[in-house]
Design a protein. Sequence first.
Lengths: 144, 308
Amino acid sequence: MRKIVAALAGTVSGLVMLFSYYTSTAGIAAPAAGGTTGTTPTTGTTPTTAASSGGTFTGSAASTRWGPVQVKVTVAGGRISTVTVVEYPQGNPRDDEINSYALPILKSETIAAQSAQIDHVSGATDTSDGYVTSLQSALDQAHL
Amino acid sequence: MASTTIPHRAWVEQVMGMPVSVHVRGQAARADDTARLVHAAFEELRVIDARFSTYSADSEVSRLNRAELSLAAVHPSMSEVLELCEVARKRTGGHFNAHRPDPAAHGERRFDPSGLVKGWAIEQMAARLARSTGCDVSVNAGGDIAGDAGGQPGTPWRIGVEDPRQPARLIAVLPLSTGGIATSGTARRGRHIVDPKDGYPVDDLLSVTVVGPSLLWADVYATAAFVKGPKALPWLEAIPDYEGIVVDRNGVYATSGLADAARPSGPSWPGSHSSAGRRLPAKARWNPHRPIPDPISRGDSTTGAGYA
């Protein structure tokens, strides 16, 4: 259980680092630390306006060795403002455990992430690391 | 940062057993014609997959392996791939070899060009789409990315390189305009990279990322370098026009052309006498607050990192 909590927290923080993502209209909004647990998986919503004005994008659910993971990002003012893991593997850690790991990490990683601004992720071909798959999926969905 | 908004659109489809993402950036990115061209490009990719998939009993490559087809009767693209595989074998000293023992076939050698076909197909896809749409294109197939700026300098695509030790963290951000970035590594769910010399899995390194003018060759070199293990970094250093990042249990290493983008760390590469595998001195450690160099912000309008 601890491993899952630590890995998820690390991953969410990593995702925030990766998600210093801006669309070409690039308004700069300070990202808010997210990382609260979602208990209800949501389906992806495609905004009717251009992606640059904001919206919520949910990466496809992807499988990890502990179970499926799904990530949701919210874009506001052209910046990713929150990252939420909406679906956790089975044996969900308690909310307060996740928050106590995630929030301090998210705060410091958020600053470091400002310059990442990536379009794609390059990694070893693999479909079992759900985070990268879901991350690329969310990066793609912001431009669908 | 660009002062004008450049339209940017993405499509994702499942092909070759993985999500393939196409990103198009340019004035025509949201045009219907562009969407049609992208869908047609995915169809071409499916045709290629059908021909080269070793998972399909009916594919041309499977029939070739069963000797149901002679080399003279294959599709021209199969001949081209066969020839490229031979060049790749020679260039990599046999560490890339499409004819390799197949443990599933009792160790008999089988022709499996899939490692080369992916880069070959995706690179062509990006180039054709850039030409036909007049836009800047990048195509990501399972973490290997081809870019094509259609001959027009502009904002490079920014490619995050995954840290194999910490999923969803980055070790570098590399700019890509026209060229390719490929990463080979130990799959998290098992080892899938085998040494063609004996057919057994290789795991000295955690990952190798190669960037250069062609995704086909970046992928071949990344695959071969991974198999070369301790010799990976000096080998990559010696390849003109291609740069690499190697990660092992001791740290992150980069060829000398990637000084700005990657942050080498860890002890010196064993046996290195040259600049290959140099480690940053303790004072110059990774500083997350130092901005990642952006060719555009320096007023440099050429394609990123010289990989045009």
